[in-house]
Design a protein around this ligand. Structure first.
Ligand code: NAG
Ligand code: NAG
Ligand code: NAG
Length: 159
């Protein structure tokens, strides 16, 4: 029982720094996570370059590290790049891992990015909205128009 209470308190103390903290996830991936899909009116090469350039400065908040940017272009598949990043939260310095699947969209010249973020610490049942923020905050920081869809986890708040 004490252990349970302790873990719930970790969830509360994660302390996402607004904005974009309202889509809290609780246990979707057997830990807190968020999956979204973003569509851009730009080529996969351009979107990958925007992402990598942003990551040179740590992304929108300076707290992302690029783990790798795998190039799938030689394999003639719709997926062209797979990036992995780590975001370190401002409060408590918790790490979360993001995976970004950069593919050609159905319409010529468009790009679809499937984006995943998961809390790395054990027992993060709820994430105070941090995984959603890790994805949306970074994409907003690219300063290009995008469309956003929910895939799994991190539901909008109940009004
Ligand atoms: C990083 O990505 C490059 C380019 O796709 C690949 O050649 C390399 O093996 C990857 N490195 C790691 C550590 O996965
Ligand atoms: C690449 O894939 C497309 C669609 O699957 C196919 O039509 C094309 O022949 C392939 N090109 C090469 C070089 O394999
Ligand atoms: C968090 O990620 C950073 C950047 O990749 C790394 O240097 C650090 O060791 C990680 N911390 C933990 C606790 O895993």
């Amino acid at each position: 029982m004490y252990r349970f209470l302790f873990l719930v308190c970790i969830g509360v103390a994660l302390a996402c720094v607004p904005p974009d903290c309202k889509n809290e996830d609780c246990g979707t991936c057997a830990n807190a996570c968020c999956i979204l899909q973003f569509t851009f009116k730009a080529s996969t090469d351009d979107v990958d370059k925007l992402m990598v350039d942003s990551l040179k400065n740590g992304g929108d908040d300076g707290r992302y590290t690029l783990v790798n940017n795998s190039d799938y272009r030689p394999y003639n598949m719709s997926v062209k790049f797979m990036l992995q990043t780590i975001h370190t939260t401002k409060v408590h310095h918790y790490n979360d891992t993001q995976d970004w699947l950069v593919s050609e969209g159905k319409e010529e010249g468009t790009t679809v990015v499937k984006a995943f973020s998961i809390s790395n610490i054990y027992g993060a049942y709820c994430d105070a909205g941090q995984n959603y923020k890790n994805l949306v905050g970074f994409v907003k920081g690219l300063n290009v128009d995008f469309k956003q869809e929910a895939i799994a986890g991190c539901p909008p708040p109940k009004e």
